[in-house]
Structures are given as structure tokens and as C-alpha cells.
Design a protein around this ligand. Structure first.
Ligand code: C2E
Ligand code: SIN
Ligand code: SIN
Ligand code: SIN
Ligand code: FE
Length: 648
């Protein structure tokens, strides 16, 4: 390898002086020192680092490589690469990249991230991401590969993709869409390609952007003021909202929707957007079969409570990296600026060696300033005389020379590594190679952290959408049975309060919540003639009505995720004295959650108006419940209930 070493073509002219000085300094001693330096870096690295000599045999194997592959260094030194890859095609993909190190004089390609399937000593296959750069030691060139095991991330990605597909299907069936409104750019988008929101609003162009004004125009004129006020209130910092309103489509047909939304804030707490769900409640004819399919999709939720646990704290990683860089490469100060892909600003993320903290406010636009230029042109930039070109933030630091290295992973600029020196810089080829190596590590780390972040955000979003879907079913039922409107939410909240008073554990409360939301889900199978009857039921009709508990059990039993929530839907009409249904079990044989819930369910039914009777006053209802203590209801639950005030 001749001139230029690892520098990219653009700054060849700038390296001329250093080439000469490098020649002068070239001695056994400095080469040994650089080998020490390399080993210092490599030994402590998180990623596997493997060096290959010109004969394609392994010439260096760090501790992380031992951990990742399961081979000790002495087992692989001097051997070829084939054993490390799952197939000869995979090995060939790797060797393809290595070729660049064989022809003397050829400059290594800018770093490229490869994904290949590797194999451990015990035969386990796993995916790795790797980059290759070059390093000269004792006068010989070696290819240096940095490899990262990405098994966990790949699994998380696969799982999320499956969940996403399930969610889109569940949302289509339930007519629920999720949306996100970016206030800064006034753009409303629909998450994970959810086509349902487009259908609901009757927007046709999936690519076209929808603004807040477009949305507002589609709201029914009589509802527009109320919708606008609600959104304004949310934007001025009030609680998440929940609103029913109408929208008018192009063909002038009217749809009823239920929207739930909350604001999104950036790190500094400024409101930058809103996100929420929109539920088309126009058609209330969902069938049992539809519900069954939705419930099946809910199993995906349990799959989401997964393994994206290993979120990487990028700042910690970068600090470790900068510490190594400043000590091993004897650099006065260095920092990493991260590219914000939305605003295209490079922002300070981590730094070391600065005497003032002003550098932390660094904020430069892509293409502007030295760092912005290096990132924009994707080329390292070297400034030997900084005088007169320092930002205010760096005036007092007396820096003389500067290098900006763009951090590129998967072909995308992730940020910039900046090096500041108080004296002039005389980088040797080796020194630049180390710098490239570290920049490569930093780029991969940033890329991975960004991916974890977006995966995590995505998982949260999916979970929220599933919750909204669950609540959506409750409403679907209520719209069919107009008289129980609001009943589901009210009894859910009251049951949670009473359960807490009775000392129920938090882990149980999750099941109480789901069970209460779904308590009358079985009524979906009861014919309208009975469910909507404006008068007392005949004994035969009542028999059919009582089946709603059994229908609920059958429906939920097939869904692993909802099985623990079955107690309330199945047992909420059992009685303490054994005179209830469907099984007629008594006392403590009745699941506790169902004993608590039944008190609330009956109280709420009595306090509400029914087609066949007036609403009861709260006072009369409390007396009725008290009279059924130890008869219909668990005495201890009634005691706690009587201490609780009824809230509408
Ligand atoms: P729901 O209306 O939500 O009532 C839940 C439970 O509250 C009832 O369970 C019952 O224990 C109690 N409850 C409700 N209204 C009254 C009342 O006026 N007097 C008394 N003493 N208790 C009351 P239940 O009886 O097993 O009924 C289950 C469901 O069957 C009810 O749910 C309702 O949807 C339907 N249902 C029951 N009776 C009638 C009726 O006479 N006409 C109609 N149209 N539906 C009825
Ligand atoms: C929407 O429902 O699609 C947007 C609602 C909003 O911007 O508040
Ligand atoms: C610039 O590159 O134009 C600004 C330089 C600096 O802030 O160092
Ligand atoms: C900075 O880090 O403050 C900007 C330095 C530069 O772009 O030269
Ligand atoms: Fe019921």
C-alpha cells in the first residue's frame, strides 16, 4: 500500500507533509509502539476484532472474539477463515471485501458494513455485522475486521415485524387507525403503513401529505369548533384527550369517529407533535367472528413484551471510545457530534479534553462549518491552522489543528468525530489508521443505538395501539347496546379502585382491568331481539341472556394473552349463596376478582337508566347492595364498597 494509506482521495494533498515526516520517523521502535497501541485498543473492545494477514490467515484475535466465537486465540491463530462462516458463500462475501488489501497500492474502500452468517465453535449460527479496514504492523499490511453479534437485534426486529402485520390486520378489522402529527412540519402521517386511517378519512393518496388544516376541513362543520378547542387544550399542556366527532367525506357521507390522542414532547419538554388513534364507530355490526379474529391478534401483544431490553446507551459507549482515543492517540480534545436526521443538525453528544463546557452547545447544520462540511462531503477534513476559524465556543481553548472524520455506517452519515490539537498535528499513516478504526467503531455503535431507539419507540407505539383496540371492542358493544353506554369504562375504573382498597397486587390489577373491559364481551353473541328488548325478558330469553358468560369464556380461552383475564367475564354473575350462574358455585369458590367486580357491575346497572325502569338513586343502590351482603355478594367486598363513594 503506498501513498494515501487509509485516507480518502479528497485530502491526499493535505497529507503530503505528513508522508515525509512519517518516513523520517519510521523505525522499529515506533512500529512496536503502534502495535502496543493497537492491542490496547483491541483488547478492551466490546466487538470481536480479528486481523488477517496477506495470506488470509488469522494474525490477531481479541478477547471479545473468543467470547463471540468460542475459540481461544491459540486455536485459530495462523488458520484460515472458512470455519468462522456458515457457508462458503458467506465466507466468499467476506473475502470479496478482503481483496482490496492484496494489491499493493490500492486504497481500501470507504468502510462498508457487511452482514454475514457466522458460526461458533459449538456449531451455532448467528448473524454478524462487520467492517474491514487496514493496518500496517511491522511493515506488513493486515486487514482488520470488527465484528458484532446482532442475533438479539435481528430477533427483536423479526418479532416486531410480525406484530406490526398483526396490528395492521387487527386495526383494519376493528376500523382503528393510528396517526402522528408532526407539528414542526405540519404533517400528519399514519404509523406503520396503517391504511385504515386513510380509509376512514377517505384520503386516497397514500403518498401525499396531510396537514392539520386538511384534517380539520374533513371534520363536520358542527363539530369543528369543539374538535379544535380540544386539540388546542391538549397543545397548551392539558391531559390526553378522548373525543367523538363526525367527519364528512368527499361524497358528503358522514362518519362517526372516536379519537384518542396525546402530545409528544422532545427532550427539552417542548411539544413537537401529537399521536393517537382514530376509531371508525359508524358501522356497529361487527360479528362474533370478527371479534374472535381480533382476539387472536392480541396474542401478538404478549410477544411484544420482548427482548428489546438491551437498549444501548450511546453516550456511555462514546465516552469510553473518546477516552481510549485521547489517551492512546495522544489527542488533546475530541468530541462526537450526532446527526439529527430530521433537522439535519449535528449536535454535541460526547466530548473529552475541553477546558470549558461551551462545546456542549455545538449545533451545526449539515454542510456548514468544518464538521458539517466533512459530514456533507463524506470525507475527512484536516485543518492544520485553525486560527481565525474557531467558533466562539472554542475561542479560549487555543486549538491549533483539527480533524473532522465523518462517521458512516450502512452507507449513512451518523455523525462526525472531531479531533482538536493545541499544537500542530503530524499524523502518521498508523495514527490515521487507528483513528479510522475508532471512527468505524463509533459509527457502528451510533447506528446500532439509533436502531434500538427506533425499535423501542415502535414497540411502545404498538402496545398503545393494542390497548386502544381493546378499549375499542368495549365501545363497539356499548354502541350496539345503547343503554350501557359509558358503563364499561366506569365499572373498570371503579373495580380497580375497589380492588386496590382490598389490597390486590399490581400484577393482578392488570388482569382485573382487562377482565372488566371485556366482562360482557359474550353479549356479542346475543341476538338483538333479546339484547335490545324494551321490556322485561321472558324466562326463555333470560336463559339465553345468561349464556353471555359462557360465550365469553369460550371466546377468551383461545387467547393465551387474555386467558388470565377470564375470571371476571366468566364468573361475574355467580352469587355468594350459590344461586348465580353459569355454574352456581358459592363463597370463596368464586374467583376473588369476580366477587369484587359483581358488586360494581350491579351497582352501576342500578344507578343507570334501563328501558324497562328508571335509574335508581345512589342512596337506594347502596342500601340494596348492603342488603345483599352475604347473600348475593362477598361480605368483605360489600364492607369495602360501602366505604367507597360513587363517582360518575
Ligand atoms: P345489566 O343490565 O348490565 O345488569 C347487570 C346485573 O345488575 C343484572 O344481572 C342484575 O344482577 C343487576 N340488575 C340490573 N338491573 C336490575 C334491576 O332492575 N333490579 C335488580 N334487582 N337487579 C338489577 P342479570 O339479572 O343476570 O342480567 C344480566 C343482563 O341481562 C343485564 O345486564 C341486562 O343486559 C339483561 N337483562 C336482565 N334483565 C333484563 C330485562 O328485564 N330486560 C332486558 N331488556 N334486559 C335484561
Ligand atoms: C387525525 O385524526 O388523523 C389527525 C388528528 C389531529 O391532527 O389531531
Ligand atoms: C467554519 O468552519 O466556518 C467555522 C469553523 C469553526 O467553528 O471552527
Ligand atoms: C465545533 O465543534 O464547534 C465546530 C468545529 C468545526 O466545525 O470546525
Ligand atoms: Fe354481565
Amino acid at each position: 500500500m503506498s501513498e494515501g494509506g487509509c485516507l480518502m482521495n479528497g485530502e491526499m494533498h493535505a497529507t503530503q507533509g505528513w508522508e515525509e515526516s512519517m518516513e523520517r520517523r519510521k523505525s522499529e521502535k515506533s512500529l512496536r509502539a503502534s502495535e502496543e497501541k493497537f492491542k490496547g485498543l483491541a483488547a478492551s473492545a466490546q466487538d470481536a476484532i480479528i486481523m488477517i494477514d496477506e495470506k488470509e490467515n488469522i494474525s490477531y484475535w481479541n478477547e471479545a472474539a473468543e467470547r463471540v466465537f468460542g475459540y481461544a486465540s491459540h486455536e485459530v491463530m495462523g488458520t484460515g477463515l472458512r470455519a468462522l462462516f456458515a457457508s462458503s458463500e458467506q465466507a466468499e462475501a467476506y473475502r470479496e471485501e478482503l481483496r482490496h488489501f492484496h494489491k499493493p497500492g490500492e486504497t481500501p474502500l470507504p468502510r462498508k458494513l457487511l452482514t454475514v452468517r457466522a458460526v461458533k465453535k459449538d456449531g451455532t449460527e448467528f448473524p454478524v455485522e462487520l467492517t474491514i479496514s487496514a493496518l500496517q504492523l511491522k511493515g506488513e499490511w493486515h486487514a482488520v475486521s470488527i465484528l458484532r453479534d446482532v442475533t438479539e437485534r435481528k430477533q427483536a426486529e423479526d418479532q416486531l415485524r410480525r406484530s406490526e402485520r398483526n396490528l395492521i390486520r387487527a386495526q383494519e378489522i376493528a376500523h382503528i387507525g393510528s396517526w402522528r402529527w408532526d407539528i414542526v412540519n405540519n404533517r400528519i402521517t399514519w404509523s406503520h403503513g396503517s391504511p385504515e386511517a386513510y380509509r376512514i378519512f377517505g384520503f386516497v393518496d397514500h403518498q401525499g401529505s396531510v396537514t392539520f388544516e386538511t384534517f380539520l376541513r374533513s371534520v363536520h362543520a358542527e363539530d369543528r369548533d369543539r374538535v379544535k378547542k380540544t386539540i388546542d387544550a391538549a397543545l397548551s399542556g392539558e391531559k390526553p384527550y378522548d373525543i367523538d366527532h363526525r367527519i364528512v367525506l368527499h361524497d358528503r357521507s358522514v362518519r362517526f369517529v372516536h379519537e384518542q390522542a396525546a402530545v409528544i414532547r422532545d427532550d427539552s419538554g417542548t411539544i413537537v407533535g401529537m399521536e393517537g388513534t382514530v376509531h371508525d364507530i359508524t358501522g356497529r355490526k361487527e360479528s362474533e367472528e370478527m371479534l374472535h379474529r381480533q382476539l387472536a391478534n392480541m396474542t401478538a401483544l404478549s410477544e411484544i413484551a420482548i427482548s428489546i431490553s438491551s437498549s444501548l446507551d450511546i453516550r456511555v459507549t462514546l465516552n469510553v471510545l473518546l477516552e481510549k482515543l485521547t489517551t492512546l492517540l495522544k489527542v488533546d480534545a475530541a468530541d462526537v457530534l450526532l446527526l439529527d436526521k430530521d433537522s439535519l443538525y449535528l449536535n454535541y453528544a460526547a466530548g473529552r479534553g475541553f477546558s470549558a463546557s461551551a462545546v456542549q452547545s455545538t449545533h451545526v447544520h449539515l454542510g456548514k462549518g468544518h464538521a458539517g462540511q466533512a459530514a456533507y462531503e463524506r470525507q475527512a477534513l484536516i485543518i492544520t491552522d485553525l486560527s481565525g476559524s474557531l467558533t466562539n465556543a472554542l475561542k479560549g481553548e487555543e486549538f491549533e489543528s483539527y480533524i473532522a472524520m465523518p462517521l458512516i455506517a450502512q452507507g449513512k452519515v451518523q455523525g462526525v468525530l472531531e479531533i482538536f490539537q493545541r499544537k500542530s498535528l503530524n499524523p502518521t499513516k498508523e495514527w490515521m489508521t487507528f483513528l479510522e478504526l475508532l471512527a468505524g467503531q463509533a459509527a457502528i455503535a451510533i447506528n446500532n443505538a439509533a436502531m434500538y431507539d427506533s425499535l423501542q419507540h415502535f414497540a411502545t407505539e404498538l402496545t398503545l395501539s393494542y390497548d386502544a383496540t381493546l378499549e375499542g371492542w368495549g365501545r363497539t358493544l356499548e354502541f350496539r347496546d345503547e343503554d350501557t353506554k359509558g358503563h364499561t369504562e366506569r365499572v373498570t375504573e371503579m373495580t380497580l379502585r375497589l380492588s386496590r382498597m382490598l389490597g390486590m397486587a399490581d400484577s393482578e390489577l392488570v388482569q382485573v382491568r382487562r377482565g372488566a373491559l371485556l366482562h360482557d364481551i359474550g353479549k356479542i353473541s346475543i341476538p338483538d331481539t333479546i339484547l335490545l328488548k324494551k321490556g322485561p325478558l321472558t324466562p326463555e330469553e333470560l336463559q339465553i341472556m345468561k349464556l353471555h358468560t359462557i360465550y365469553a369464556r369460550d371466546l377468551l380461552a383461545g387467547i393465551p394473552f387474555l386467558r388470565p383475564a377470564i375470571d371476571i367475564p366468566y364468573c361475574h354473575h355467580e352469587r355468594w349463596d350459590g344461586q348465580g350462574y353459569p355454574r352456581g358455585i358459592k363463597g370463596e369458590d368464586i374467583p376473588f376478582k369476580a366477587r369484587v367486580f359483581s358488586v360494581i357491575d350491579v351497582a352501576d346497572a342500578l344507578i343507570s337508566e334501563r328501558p324497562y325502569r328508571e335509574a335508581w338513586p345512589v342512596e337506594k343502590t347502596y342500601q340494596h347492595i348492603a342488603a345483599l351482603r352475604g347473600v348475593h355478594f362477598d361480605p368483605l367486598v360489600v364492607d369495602a364498597f360501602l366505604d367507597m363513594t360513587w363517582s360518575q
